[in-house]
Design a protein around this ligand. Structure first.
Ligand SMILES: [Zn+2]
Length: 335
């Protein structure tokens, strides 16, 4: 199937937003934005989300300053958590976690219902900076990918787990939807590092799924529904990193390029921002659970306890006086 690669100003008055005053982005304008834009391919059961991240992603990755190949993998994980988090209809969060036996041991990203996203990685520095080990399949070994929906109460927590694909976290996610949820899914997600032409990290992508309305989910899909899915998925397959990351093309123009032949309806976008839930008070509460002996073990030579948030790299310092006020006494001070 062919699709147009050039923007046109042709509008379809019966397609929701296309009938409104949709202004296509000027080719000279750099668009920086952080959001997930839901959409539906008109008259079909194909629902989708377009994602664009810039400042939020850049804030996370520059705080960590990981090797670039690790940052790209974490960026993809952050993109996935943002896509899933933006779907939450309640006060909670979605975590995406990849654990592997490879050079990258752990990738974690979570997104709150209000779009606050954060993430971190654990990896072998020597292996990850080895020029011979740069592909995702070389960085990730055997392991699993877990997607956790956490409504804040342990009772209703949901976790789906799938084997980690050697082809990376995106391939693993597709495998999860295929095996665990039996939902036809296609996903393109690309991250781009700062360069001579871009001052910050950015991420762009589109995910589509065949999601019939609830009353039809128990029915066998019709030939038409499957044809619609195949067409929408084939069109998405024609889209590469250059288009999904193009900072000169806004989300409406991108969706118009992709699905103008089938028609597309867009819904209100959900904003995404960097945000970490760590606070000094939370760290204090964790320290209060430590024994005096454990506290003694982490008191530094300077006479302070240093606690680092893995998600945002924020450091919290507690002097012995601070600990005393909190009612915490290192072991030696008790003698
Ligand atoms: Zn933090």
């Amino acid at each position: 199937m062919k699709r147009k690669t050039d923007c046109t100003h042709k509008r379809r008055s019966y397609f929701g937003v296309w009938g409104t005053d949709l202004s296509l982005a000027s080719q000279s304008t750099i668009i920086k934005a952080d959001f997930v834009q839901p959409f539906q391919v008109e008259g079909t059961h194909v629902r989708g989300q377009l994602i664009r991240l810039s400042d939020s992603l850049d804030a996370i990755l520059t705080r960590h300053n990981y090797p670039q190949n690790v940052s790209v993998l974490l960026a993809q994980t952050i993109g996935l958590s943002s896509l899933f988090g933006s779907r939450l209809k309640f006060d909670g969060k979605v975590s995406v976690q990849a654990q592997s036996e490879g050079a990258v041991r752990l990738l974690v990203a979570d997104c709150e219902h209000d779009g606050a996203v954060r993430g971190f990685a654990q990896f072998d520095e020597t292996l990850c900076t080895n020029a011979d080990i740069q592909n995702e399949s070389d960085l990730l070994g055997r392991g699993h990918l877990a997607i956790t929906i956490d409504p804040g109460t342990a009772k209703d927590r949901y976790q789906g787990i799938v084997e980690l694909s050697e082809r990376g976290v995106i391939a693993s996610t597709l495998s999860y939807f295929s095996k665990s949820e039996q939902t036809l899914t296609n996903l393109k997600l690309f991250a781009s590092a700062p360069s001579s032409s871009a001052s910050s990290w950015s991420l762009g992508g589109v995910m589509i799924q065949k999601l019939p309305p609830p009353e039809e989910r128990h029915l066998e899909p019709t030939h038409q529904a499957l044809d619609d899915w195949e067409a929408a998925s084939a069109l998405l397959d024609t889209m590469g990193a250059d288009e999904l990351l193009d900072p000169h093309v806004d989300s409406h123009a991108l969706l118009f390029r992709l699905y103008h032949e089938m028609g597309v309806r867009v819904y209100d976008p959900s904003p995404v921002r960097f945000g970490c839930s760590c606070t000094r008070e939370r760290i204090e509460n964790i320290l209060r659970t430590f024994s005096a002996e454990d506290i003694q073990d982490i008191v530094e030579d300077e006479g302070q306890v240093r606690a680092n948030c893995e998600f945002c790299n924020e450091t919290y310092l507690f002097s012995l006086t601070d600990l005393d006020v909190m009612g915490i006494r290192p072991d030696t001070l008790n003698n």
